[in-house]
Design a protein around this ligand. Sequence first.
Ligand code: SF4
Length: 346
Amino acid sequence: MEVKKKDIRALTKEQLREFFVKQGDKAFRGNQVYEWLWQKSAYSFEDMTNISLETRQMLEANFVINHIKVDQMQRSADGTIKNAVRLHDDLIVESVLIPTATRTTACVSSQVGCSLDCRFCATSRLKRMRNLNPDEIYDQVVAIDNESRLYHNRSLSNIVFMGMGEPLMNYNNVLKAIDKITSPEGLGMSPKRIVVSTSGVPKMIKKMADDKVKFKLAVSLHSAIDEIRTSIMPFNATFPLNDLREALQYWYAATKNRITYEYVVWDAINDKRKDAEALVEFCKFAPSKVNLIEYNPIDDGEFQQASSKAIDMYVSVLEANNITVTVRRSRGKDIDAACGQLANKS
Ligand code: SF4
């Protein structure tokens, strides 16, 4: 009977050290292998050139390295790159590199498909197959960092968890991946350059506050009126706005971090003055920033971007109430890499 080999990257550094001691080797060998796995992103045991052949064969007999593979890479006219990433079980997720004049941002996925059902989002059409492992999230970042160096001559500066999936529904693995990304033994990135974007899971926002996480939080709000929000994000019926605001108040009290809201204005859905006023009312309890994001229609065209007059109205209502607001143009539309478009169509 064939024994299923264990994913070596599921082991902590300490567990790897203990493994080598049990094999009659030095604990230090665990450090060396750990460095190959995380800092050097080795794809195979063969790559570990400072480890003896005998040890590499022993590792090969006991473990696998479930590295992701970039199956297809598409480059947009505006420099955006979209990766279709194949996982060890042949499922596919997507991640995106977004270059601007001052930063290079990786937008990564946290689940295959999504557990939520936002009606404007292409990913919601794919049912959730499974959560990504910490190493699968980490690998997406490494792949994009390599592409950033190759095509834009600079390393990755920022990461947003805004790809496929709701990151707070895969909280433990997202946290473990961020630990690796920020660790000097991984990529050594500052947590302040990482944004976890959630559709608003109150219990998990409170947990993040209790866990004293150092990364930033963004909330995809899209409406501050329950009836409208539930019609476009049905899970709002389970986690209504009052619960979300209470969780955000808890977060702000614990972290004193400004809260960012992602917000799309759609024609005939949330483009009235009362919608903008409800948004002000919702976010005024703490320093806030609102990103008004350009919408990219998905195939059926049910949702359409609001007029520029409606966007201007939002900007003036928010500014009049001292709320920072930016209008974000979407990138990579020609390769379906823009917000809400990730649906394995490549
Ligand atoms: S917008 Fe985000 S949370 Fe909503 S269905 Fe799409 S991927 Fe999931």
